[in-house]
Design a protein around this ligand. Structure first.
Ligand code: AMP
Length: 283
């Protein structure tokens, strides 16, 4: 694996690969890599000829300074995992390299309703920061294929919007959420929970599984309220949302017609760690 810290050197390397007809696959991450990230890398290795992974903890997408300060950094282990996986290129820029004129936004992304609902509503400016960093990374890497995790459901929609908005030729692949054997969605933030706390965190997955068994046409509010009560009983201290939505618009579905495809999305705090997860709940 070749490692780059500087944009110009990475771009020189990638330009050579492109002239030989290689397709570039790109996996942007914030590091503290786990099997979920590695699944994205595997998919890229299978689909393209040159896989580029980036590790950059983007300060502009954190609406909570404490979350940014506590974000886990495990660079040596990350490099080893990526080497083992067969990743070709790792890009690890500094903040100065990414934002030479400063971290302030240089443009506003008109995300519309995507920014008013769920993560958008609870994390003001988060998606502006996500668009800012991914726009910059896409400019630098110019990938043919971009690999994203379904774990960040709304982020996938935001980034599809970005690619369309910028009229880029990049194709997005959404990789299903990787979970541990008990169902907990792998997340870099899980490392901030002890083993017993991670057991408590399973309540999210268990409630999503329960929801699938309860779903029938009619009002859905009692189900989401029941899940909120269960999560609080399991030890979650704050619930941002438990929402059953139509997956292409994220419009919340209060009453189900038995036909519309549905996804459940949950965000809640456990021991100060904000966890998110989602699952399609219709077949
Ligand atoms: P992050 O490092 O959290 O910014 O995530 C980088 C990429 O990995 C994003 O596209 C995430 O959606 C994806 N990702 C994170 N966790 C998982 C997971 N458990 N399964 C699949 N993809 C994931």
């Amino acid at each position: 694996m070749v490692l780059f810290k500087k944009i110009t050197q990475l771009q020189q390397y990638l330009a050579k690969a492109v002239t030989t007809g290689q397709q570039i696959g790109f996996v942007p991450t914030m590091g503290a890599l786990h099997e979920g990230h590695l699944q994205l890398v595997k998919q890229s290795l299978q689909t393209t000829q040159l896989t580029v992974c980036s590790i950059f903890v983007n300060p502009t997408q954190f609406n909570d300074a404490n979350d940014f300060d506590k974000y886990p950094i495990t660079l040596e282990a990350d490099i080893e995992c990526l080497e083992q996986q067969g990743c070709h290129v790792l890009f690890i820029p500094s903040v100065q390299e990414m934002y030479p004129t400063g971290v302030q936004a240089s443009q506003h992304y008109p995300l519309g309703n995507l920014e008013n609902v769920l993560e958008g509503a609870f994390r003001p400016n988060h998606y502006q920061g996500v668009c800012q960093v991914v726009h910059r990374l896409l400019d630098i890497v110019q990938p043919h294929q971009l690999f994203l995790g379904q774990k960040d459901f709304q982020q996938c929609m935001v980034l599809q919007w970005l690619v369309d908005f910028l009229a880029l030729p990049t194709q997005i692949h959404i990789v299903p959420t990787v979970r541990n054997t008990q169902g907990l969605a792998l997340s870099s933030r899980n490392t901030r929970l002890t083993a017993p706390q991670q057991q408590q965190a399973l309540a999210i997955y268990q409630n999503m599984a329960w929801l699938k068994t309860q779903l029938k046409p009619g009002k859905l509010t009692a189900l989401t309220e029941h899940i909120k009560t269960n999560l609080l009983a399991a030890g979650f201290e704050k619930i941002d949302y438990v929402a059953i939505c139509e997956p292409t618009t994220l419009a919340e579905v209060q009453e189900w017609d038995g036909q519309t495809k549905l996804v459940v999305l949950i965000a809640a705090f456990l021991h100060g760690v904000r966890l998110i997860d989602n699952e399609y709940i219709t077949i």
